[in-house]
Design a protein around this ligand. Structure first.
Ligand code: AMP
Length: 362
């Protein structure tokens, strides 16, 4: 029986472990929290920090193959281990995605359209970037930003002054794209074949993914282009394993926003909404099983459950409605804006969700 080592023990690790078990594969995760969500499902849990080389090497020793469930694994730790152990996704996709400036340059260099952007290090370079890109624009920290943290929309001269604290670390200024909608694609590649999951339309609230409607109810030609450009990008970059790309779509034009070389929140719907799911295909890749081409089972809606939605989600779970799947990640502490779970509604379209369900989550 093979063992997959997972750097990280959050909800993504939990769902990788659940799918691994169904395929007869063992898992061990590394996470500093004794009550990490994945710890409850993995066969083994090493309690240790991601920046502790000893702990990461111990994970490698106990595994046949190693993956990661979050982007910020330090290169100093992973690079030396890549030569010694089986870490088939390698450090490259992490390196390319850990810094927003590098990430956007890499996307542009490989033929994807991005919002216009410029590096910003201080007030003078911010002013120069605004002169070039114009307002409104979005100022983001280059590293460690997620879910809308470490970013500010600049609309006025006053906003520039207010943004000064962000400039304590290197930043990037991006053109503000008044998108019609956001969409994302999740792909898995074995180095030869790339399979991709049906594209959803994403709705964010406060910078955090709130809802995902699949299939995205938009021009099929736009979705076909997003699929073919994304798959070509993944091949051209030589990435293996799993990759998610988020886009803005505006008047038929698609703009790369960001990528993540791990399972993605917008792909959670695939567990029940598709014939195979993002976690399962990642596991299949890692243990050398042939990839399966996913198909949508029925129109599906995914609703994220943040701390403030948890009570209502428990009520929904207790109703046991057909086609409604409530996932709670077992996190011990619930906070507003913390991802606590998600609900998948299979056989539902956006209109029905808005009519019958939206008001339950405020
Ligand atoms: P990010 O962390 O870069 O994915 O940003 C979080 C959310 O902020 C995105 O999902 C968008 O809703 C919004 N956002 C980020 N960058 C831009 C941009 N350049 N133009 C318009 N909206 C943006």
């Amino acid at each position: 029986m093979k063992t997959i080592g997972i750097i990280g023990g959050g909800q993504l690790g939990l769902m990788i472990a659940e799918q691994a078990r169904l395929l007869g594969v063992r898992t061990v995760c590394l996470d500093p929290a004794t009550d990490a969500p994945a710890g409850a499902v993995c066969d083994d849990h090493i309690v240790g920090r991601f920046d502790d080389p000893e702990a990461v090497e111990e994970l490698c020793r106990r595994s046949d193959v190693v993956t990661y469930e979050f982007e910020n694994v330090p290169g100093e730790i992973l690079i030396p281990l890549c030569g010694k152990y089986n870490i088939p996704q390698g450090y490259r996709p992490l390196y390319d995605s850990q810094d927003r400036l590098r990430e956007k340059s890499n996307a542009r260099d490989h033929g994807l359209r991005t919002p216009r952007f410029a590096a910003v290090d201080d007030m003078a370079s911010l002013r120069a970037a605004v002169a070039e890109i114009g307002l409104p624009a979005v100022l983001k920290t280059r590293t460690l930003g997620y879910d809308g943290h470490g970013q500010q929309v600049l609309r006025t001269e006053e906003d520039l002054r207010k943004a000064e604290p962000l400039l304590a670390v290197p930043c990037i200024l991006e053109e503000f794209v008044p998108f019609d909608f956001e969409a994302s694609i999740v792909m898995v590649s074995d180095g030869e074949r790339v399979v991709s999951f049906p594209i959803g339309r994403n709705v964010h609230r406060d910078g955090i993914l709130d809802l995902c409607f699949v299939p995205a109810e938009v021009d099929g030609a736009v979705l076909a282009r997003m699929k073919s450009e994304s798959e070509r990008f993944m091949r051209d970059c030589g990435y293996r394993g799993i990759l998610a790309i988020e886009y803005f779509v505006r008047q038929g034009e698609i703009y790369f926003n960001e990528m993540a070389p791990r399972p993605h929140n917008s792909g959670h719907y695939t567990i029940e909404g598709a014939t195979t799911n993002q976690f399962r295909e990642l596991v299949r890749y890692l243990v050398g099983m042939p990839l399966e081409e996913p198909r949508l089972v029925a129109p599906t809606v995914m609703k994220n459950i943040l701390g403030q939605d948890l009570e209502e989600a428990r009520k929904v779970a207790a109703e046991h409605r057909p086609g409604v799947y409530v996932h709670l990640y077992g996190k011990s502490e619930s906070r507003p804006k913390r991802k606590m779970g998600h609900i998948t509604f299979v056989g539902m379209q956006a209109g029905e969700y808005e009519r019958d369900w939206a008001a339950r989550f405020v």
